[in-house]
Structure formats: structure tokens, C-alpha cells
Design a protein around this ligand. Structure first.
Ligand code: ZN
Length: 113
């Protein structure tokens, strides 16, 4: 258990970011991820290496400023607020959720959910 949070963990997140269906504003999107969020995502990925999560940019309408949300790839259709403050505590509650853990372990075992 001597592996520190590696850049590999973060590249996993980045590849997801690049893979989502965004309007041609990907560079804006990447620039809009604050450093604390990148760090928080990396440390969460180190704690929950089996979980797949990403950051998405939620844009309700062209007029409003896009907002960052956490997304759980094992529990489709749900978005989670960042915070409180410069943390991902809201999202980490979800990662500990029993149904979420069940979905993750089902995926790892290869059983469909
Ligand atoms: Zn989940």
C-alpha cells in the first residue's frame, strides 16, 4: 500500500472529461476546473480506486455561467454538487452509499446491473 496518488489516477479522470459530449469548449472546460478540485478528485480516486467518477460542466442555458458537478459513472443520471467549500464531502457521502457500493462491486465482478 505504498502507492501514492499517481498521475495515472488523474489521467483516468481527464480521459473521461475529454470523452464527454461537450460543445467545442473543451479547453474552457479544462481551464475552469480549479486546482483544489483536481486535487480532491485525485485523493478521492486514491481512496476509492474502483469507483469511476468524473467532473462535468453543467450548462442549464446559454445565458448562465456553467457550473461544475460531480458525476458517478456507476449511478447514471445523477449529478452531485461540489462542496461544502473546497471539498467533495457531498460526493463522498454518495461513494459510501450502500447501493453505490453494490453497483461498483457488481461491475467489478462483471455482473450486469
Ligand atoms: Zn454511485
Amino acid at each position: 500500500m505504498s502507492n501514492p496518488p499517481s498521475s495515472h489516477a488523474f489521467s483516468h479522470v481527464c480521459s473521461y472529461l475529454l470523452g464527454i459530449d461537450l460543445p467545442p469548449a473543451t479547453s474552457f472546460f479544462q481551464e475552469s476546473i480549479p486546482a483544489w478540485l483536481s486535487a480532491a478528485v485525485m485523493s478521492l480516486q486514491a481512496i476509492y480506486p474502483d469507483d469511476k467518477f468524473g467532473v462535468i460542466l453543467r450548462k442549464a442555458s446559454p445565458e448562465v455561467t456553467p457550473e461544475l458537478r460531480m458525476k458517478c459513472l456507476d449511478c447514471p443520471g445523477k449529478l452531485y454538487y461540489l462542496g461544502p467549500g473546497n471539498s467533495l464531502s457531498n460526493y463522498e457521502v454518495h461513494l459510501r452509499n450502500r447501493q453505490h457500493r453494490f453497483r461498483v462491486s457488481s461491475r467489478i465482478k462483471g455482473t450486469a446491473y
